[in-house]
Ligand binder design. Structure first.
Ligand code: NAD
Length: 281
């Protein structure tokens, strides 16, 4: 395989929610690999400042204020991308999130908002972009940013977790339905990434807990989600479709196992299996 297949030279990528956090990390990583990037974010100021950073890297950066919950806004954003940048090669369905609430305290408005943002946003953007890819005869790549919470239980995130599981499953069916057009679709499932939501876990007093719970011993960085996204967006993954790629420092594999000094355990304080920590060099 030619090493240049890792590059995204002159590919056009749309990143929803690309104004900050993971979406912005992916956007800047894509630009470093040669892509032109549309930041489709509800927040116009964040979108514009991320697009300016893309342009500073020498690529085209376009901010289009878009609420992914609104299908008309999404269609207008994709039309404008095609008009101004010539087509779409990559879509990252990244906009999402939820304030945690016990299910029984949510009620219809919060249920609907969570589903509209975390599931319908992906549906809207995927429909509009796949049609544009087919019309433009582009062999595209779609990447859903789901979450490890789509594969495990998480108190307070019932609807969010269900939507993220839905994104992962949609990628499997999409792989079958879009494959004939040469369009691939995959999910990336991160665990905690060092963004605005990680304030508590960043505190020095919580570092021992982070080290014991995450096999790689630290939070993930937005650029590390960007690296996985470059793999799925580029020809490096030309035979990969319908998968969920965990970007989680090994947490999914650990399944609740933690280490405490010289032992592994599922129950803090109870020694269950020996561990031989490698002395620090
Ligand atoms: N941060 C994590 O640790 C983590 C872990 C797993 C999964 N995720 C997922 O990654 C994605 C990004 O998370 P983040 O932590 O970077 O989020 P964030 O809150 O830092 O950023 C989200 C961005 O999306 C934009 N946005 C929100 N609603 C929108 C809408 N309706 N339309 C368009 N844009 C909208 C916001 O303006 C913001 O720029 C989310 O889907 C989240 O569920 C995050």
């Amino acid at each position: 395989m030619d090493p240049s297949s890792a590059l995204l030279t002159d590919k056009v990528a749309i990143i929803t929610g690309g104004g900050q956090g993971i979406g912005k990390g992916i956007a800047l990583t894509f630009a470093r690999f040669g892509a032109h990037v549309v930041i489709a974010d509800r927040n116009a100021a964040l979108a514009e400042s991320a697009a300016a950073e893309i342009r500073a890297l020498g690529r085209k950066g376009l901010a289009i204020q878009t609420d992914v919950k609104d299908f008309d806004q999404v269609k207008a954003m994709v039309d404008r991308t095609v008009r101004e940048l010539g087509g779409v090669d990559i879509l990252v369905n990244n906009a999402g999130g939820q304030i945690p609430h016990p299910f029984l305290e949510m009620g219809p408005d919060r249920w609907r908002r969570a589903v509209d943002l975390n599931l319908m946003g992906m549906v809207h953007c995927t429909d509009a972009v796949v049609r544009a890819m087919i019309a433009g005869k582009r062999r595209g790549s779609i990447i859903n940013i789901s979450s490890i919470e789509g594969s495990r239980a998480v108190p307070g995130y019932s609807i969010y977790g269900a939507c993220k599981a839905g994104m992962d499953n949609f990628a499997k069916t999409g792989a079958l339905e879009f494959g004939d057009y040469g369009i691939r679709i995959n999910s990336i499932a991160p665990d905690v990434i060092d963004t605005g939501i990680a304030t508590e876990l960043r505190k020095p007093e919580n570092q021992a807990a982070v080290r014991s719970a995450i096999p790689l011993g630290r939070l993930g960085k937005v650029e590390e989600v960007g690296g996985a996204a470059v793999f799925l967006a580029s020809d490096l993954s030309s035979y990969v479709t319908g998968i969920t790629l965990f970007v989680d420092g090994g947490t999914w594999a650990a399944g609740g196992w933690k280490h405490e000094d010289d032992s592994w355990t599922l129950f803090p304080g109870v020694r269950m299996a020996p561990r031989k920590p490698v002395p620090k060099q």
